[in-house]
Design a protein around this ligand. Structure first.
Ligand code: FAD
Length: 381
């Protein structure tokens, strides 16, 4: 069973109130605009959500990963777009610099990312290297005379990379055959081309762009982590991110369960509420079990991380189970709502569109099964 401290419970109540009163009333407008609402980022920044897990030295509050997951889950119950924005900004934007940056790099970039004044993005995926991230084709060439790296390549589907407040994109690139390193590329660097925003199935109020690196020059000091450690470091970042995505999925599944239960108690058919039909009630009972399991797996992984224990397998299990539960939850909830579930004005329709990506981003379900299989000692490729 997941046990939360009193502080966690209090914090959850604060974020829940914020999400329901500060975010929910604006969602329809934000989703229709198909762009990240900066007012939502500002509001989350005001609450200190971008700094939860970072030390006070960088402007954070030195909290635990469990608290971040609570924030993402609660925001995710209201808006998956805003939830992923927070999750990506912390887990993929600031985290690589905090985890692998030099003191100078941290001093230069972290305070604004931790405060939420600016957003960072994480450029791992490429058009021909997604699950197979080791297949990176972006190249970095070093010029001794100026001590600069020149980056050429393409990154795909990069969250928070094209907002007016994006300060930095970290990217992986080949620094030699078979050697992948990572770099900090400041927004606005000549040769860093942010492509037009994707038109997505869901997450309409989140920011996602492709990136082209065309002779993009960065100083030698912008290498992030030691040369040749880029892929390993970025995959480590994804282990954290998977717990956060799992929390986002718990939010989605819980919201769909709550909406569907309320609707099933109220909607009348054949002389009574539809919730009296066992065919429907039992689906919701099964969903309640799956949501409980998802939450337990998520916070178990977070607790392992918070207590310094290995958590890669737990993160993969949580991400796999919670995201598949979220997709099921949206399907069940939409069915319970009948025709209304297909209407844009119904939140379950939005959750239905938003859920699918949870099984894909930060490692697909198949990749989670690969990680888990390997942790069992199976000789899978
Ligand atoms: C909205 C959105 C936001 C994103 N944000 C970011 C971001 O901020 N930064 C970033 O770097 N990336 C980001 N991504 C990219 C995301 O992480 C990738 O899309 C994902 O890892 C899958 O890669 P792919 O799309 O290339 O699919 P592929 O790797 O081509 O996979 C296609 C299919 O093949 C399966 N497959 C591949 N390899 C195996 C295998 N070994 N065994 C079994 N099945 C396999 C996959 O599971 C999948 O079903 C984002 C994607 C989206 C859509």
């Amino acid at each position: 069973m997941t046990e939360f401290s009193d502080e966690h419970d209090t914090f959850r109540a604060v974020v829940r109130d914020f999400a329901r009163r500060g975010l929910a009333p604006h969602l329809e407008r934000w989703e229709a605009a198909h762009e990240l609402p900066l007012e939502a980022v500002e509001a989350m920044a005001g609450l200190g959500l971008f700094g939860i897990v970072f030390p006070e030295e960088w402007g954070g509050s030195g909290g635990d990963f469990t608290s971040l997951c609570i924030a993402i889950e609660e925001i995710g119950q209201v808006s998956q777009s805003i939830g992923i924005t927070l999750s990506a900004a912390v887990g993929l934007g600031a985290n690589p610099i905090h985890s692998f940056g030099t003191d100078d790099q941290k001093a230069q970039w972290l305070p604004d990312l931790v405060s939420g004044m600016r957003l960072g993005a994480f450029g791992l995926t490429e058009p021909d290297a997604g699950s197979d991230a080791g297949g990176t084709r972006t190249r970095a060439h070093h010029y001794e005379s100026t001590d600069e790296w020149v980056l050429d390549g393409t990154k795909a589907f990069i969250t928070n990379s094209g907002t007016p407040i994006t300060s930095v994109v970290t990217v992986t690139a080949l620094t030699d055959d078979g050697e992948i390193s990572s770099f900090i590329v400041p927004a606005g660097t000549p040769g860093l081309i942010v492509e037009p925003a994707y038109r997505k199935l869901g997450w309409h109020a989140s920011d996602t762009h492709g990136i082209t690196l065309d002779g993009c020059r960065v100083p030698g000091a912008n290498m992030l982590g030691a040369r040749g450690t880029g892929l390993r470091n970025f995959l480590t970042i994804l282990d954290d991110g998977r717990i956060a995505i799992s929390a986002l999925a718990v939010g989605c599944a819980q919201a769909c369960l709550d909406l569907a239960v309320d609707y099933a108690r109220e909607r009348q058919a054949f002389g009574g509420p539809i919730g009296r039909f066992q065919g429907l009630a039992f689906q919701l009972a099964d969903l309640a079990v799956a949501v409980e399991n998802s939450r337990n797996l998520t916070y178990k992984a977070a607790r392992l991380k918070d207590t310094g224990r290995p958590f890669r397998q737990a993160a993969a299990m949580a991400k796999l189970y919670s995201t598949e539960t979220a997709v099921t939850a949206t399907r069940v909830a939409t069915q319970v709502f009948g025709g209304m579930g297909f209407m844009e004005e119904s939140p379950v329709a939005r959750f239905y569109r938003d859920a699918k990506i949870l099984e894909i981003g930060e490692g697909t379900s198949e990749i989670q099964r690969l990680v888990i299989s390997r942790s069992l000692g199976l000789p899978v490729g």
